[in-house]
Design a protein around this ligand. Sequence first.
Ligand code: ACO
Length: 440
Amino acid sequence: MSSEHKGVHKATVSFSDGTPAIELPILKGASGPEVIDIRKLYGQTGKFTYDPGFLSTASCNSSITYIDGDKGELLYRGYPIDQLATQCDFLETCYLILYGELPNPAQKSDFVHRVTHHTMVHEQLQFFLRGFRRDAHPMAVMTGLAGALSAFYPDSMNLNDPHQREISAIRLIAKMPTLVAMAYKYSVGEPFVYPQNNLSYTANFMRMMFATPCEEYKVNDVLVRAMDRIFILHADHEQNASTSTVRLCASSGTNPFAAIAAGVACLWGPAHGGANEACLTMLNEIQANGGVAKIGEFIANVKDKNSTVRLMGFGHRVYKNYDPRAKLMRDTCHEVLNELGLQDDPLFKLAMALEKIALEDEYFVSRKLYPNVDFYSGIVQRAIGIPVQLFTAIFALARTVGWIAQLNEMITDPEYKIGRPRQLYQGAIARTVTPIAQRG
Ligand code: ACO
């Protein structure tokens, strides 16, 4: 057991099958529920635990992000998300997530310099990208591009070398915006726009997305700030599906780029990062079917036990209260729509009406289903001009720092082991192969 673990009590586990009772340590973290340490369970009893979906299992030690789902609290390195979203920019938040403390001005300027000077990608990556169909989903492209970085930057592949890990971290944070913008430009048949180092991280991303050789992009501070906030709100979220995927993938000792590609692939799913795309598709469908007047019908369909329709952007495995990121995203949504003169945007009005009804409906109240961050982020991105299909790629861009920090934390944890879950086998027991001619 690590010296950081404070064993406060013990749990006695007794068995009705004659197996002798055993005592298991109970560990206490800085916050959150106590954790029963079951590492010796199998060795001492020959039994595993069963926990599909990890509903009751802490898979690792972590000091990066803390969520209190009942309170609706989210902290990065101890700082509340609303303070970070209103007082810091994304690169400061990246520094905090990676190194544990907010940077002072000198540290920030050094970090910004390092990231900024890695934003260009190897020219050959363009040709790799050009191999994709133009109508490929951006997440298919991003899964490929993230993995392909390992073929272009072989000098920062060794996970066990802190220096190489550091360079790959900076490269990934710096290059993801360039790659997302390239994937977008390719999909619309426009020339790639190279990064420009005198712009901020987020302004640079917006310019690479929206500038063309014939028209310079005018930086709009409100929109840049909104996009920066989207990045901050998505930067880390403790042991979610994609982060756990990155950890599991990296636990085999693979290189950082391959591990991040695994995270991108996982994030693609509609129950995870794909939810903002799914949410906007849902709002568009309701709007096309009659808008606010049809909300009642839609909600009835969601509540119908025989239907598989879900209210996308609602519900969360951990938050059983309003997702704190959703509140900030709703404010940002107001700011962006006002800036663009879209106050009467029908989808925003529909989303607010849907939220109001769902928050009062017994079905959602009793299941503690509240809006999550994706409920409003799609509307913001659409207003900025981001195509719906690109939403999840932007989420991946923002989450890259969290994935890297979690990967670094795992590799430097003295208790780190290759991830290898066990199973409750339900298949056929050992049997003998019948020669094919005798099989009926
Ligand atoms: N709409 C309608 N009903 C829902 C929803 C929803 N969005 N989410 C959960 N429920 C219901 C389930 O049907 C179930 O009801 P039951 O007890 O009558 O069977 C109950 O609430 C519990 O649902 P689970 O699926 O067991 O909850 P879980 O914690 O496993 O799921 C999840 C969390 C996957 C996020 C779910 O709420 C969902 O599918 N939401 C919509 C997709 C979404 O917005 N995902 C984004 C998550 S945030 C992120 O990844 C950044």
